[in-house]
Ligand binder design. Sequence first.
Ligand SMILES: C[S@@+](CC[C@H](N)C(=O)[O-])C[C@H]1O[C@@H](n2cnc3c(N)ncnc32)[C@H](O)[C@@H]1O
Ligand code: SF4
Length: 391
Amino acid sequence: MASTGPDHPTRDAGFGIYLHWPFCAAKCPYCDFNSHVRHAGVDEPRFLAAFRAEIAHNATRTPGRTVTSIFLGGGTPSLMQPATVAGLLDAVAAHWTVAPDAEVTLEANPSSVEAGRFHGYRAAGVNRVSLGVQALDDASLRTLGRLHDAAQALEAIELAQSAFARTSFDLIYARPGQTPALWRAELGAALARAAEHLSLYQLTIEPGTPFHGLAAAGKLVTPDDEVGRALYDVTQDLCAKAGMPAYEISNHARPGAESRHNLLYWRYGEYAGIGPGAHGRLVTPSARIGTVTERSPEAWLARVERAGHGVVETETLTAADQADEFLVMGLRLREGIDPERYAALKGRALNGNRIGMLIGDGLLERLPGGRIAATARGAPVLNALVAELAA
Ligand SMILES: C[S@@+](CC[C@H](N)C(=O)[O-])C[C@H]1O[C@@H](n2cnc3c(N)ncnc32)[C@H](O)[C@@H]1O
Ligand code: SF4
């Protein structure tokens, strides 16, 4: 069995902290993230105390680590008071060494940010903001159930860029009625405003969401596979020409401006998942473990107040599990994977014949230095590619 000690390759990618804030001002009809609306308000100090406890709990399992990135995700973390964000970041710094150049990202919603808050977040230690813009036209924003219009989104982008050196924003494409020509124009406008990073997601109809019900009833029609593919090609083409090529299936950045925290996931690094419904991957002296916390915010709070943490599942990952996760995550990246790291985890190398066949089919390529990566043709059919390689 592959070693999981301190020199294990899963440590190479850094150590990250994910903090999940599970509240939103409204629930978007396409979204199946662990996010909840609480009209009666949220007791931030009480949640902060619980986060502190869970941070301390994670620190006892990962002594001596240096934190290379922190990600405040949601939900809508920009609903938090800056003092709450400061409390969270102070708690992280009290338990681990935080690298001087650590990336500290906060996800923000254009309808819940104003200049004062952004400056407060910056003073708290946030150094990167990721904004959920989703679309740059008002009709689409209404369909998506967003609380902001395009003008407010553009204002939020400007505000973020004036307060932070590092910013990103998210758009959702393959929306109902979207043609490649419309998307080309919208993405062009987005690229003209993007500083260094963009996340561009194809709309996914998630089971259990209102969009799922509407789609099943024929009331919401999304572009078919052929148009979806054309939209994806427009995305790759425009972003590459604008100097922001894809470094992952849905993420685009100027070289050097990639999200370090997201890279950590895809390079299969180590991270603590803290807050309701957060997932973690920790390396203990005897194993790499997966952790999952209680999903419901109030049940998580009660559990942490009772037990000191909200973890409801701890899974020891076998070497084969790790190799498979490493492959699934790594092939999302343009830089691909190091087949030797796969072999070290799995205890056997990938099948050379299969690799050769997939290269022959134009789905996979071998990069200088021996890494293997999905090609532009392979990336849209990644699941099939992984299944073929892992078989
Ligand atoms: C957790 S949200 C973070 C931002 C913040 N909550 C907001 O919406 O402004 C992360 C991103 O996932 C994307 N997303 C969520 N549900 C999606 C879906 N069903 N299909 C495609 N993208 C989705 C959106 O672009 C969203 O900004
Ligand atoms: S997309 Fe963002 S704002 Fe909308 S429900 Fe999901 S997490 Fe909340």
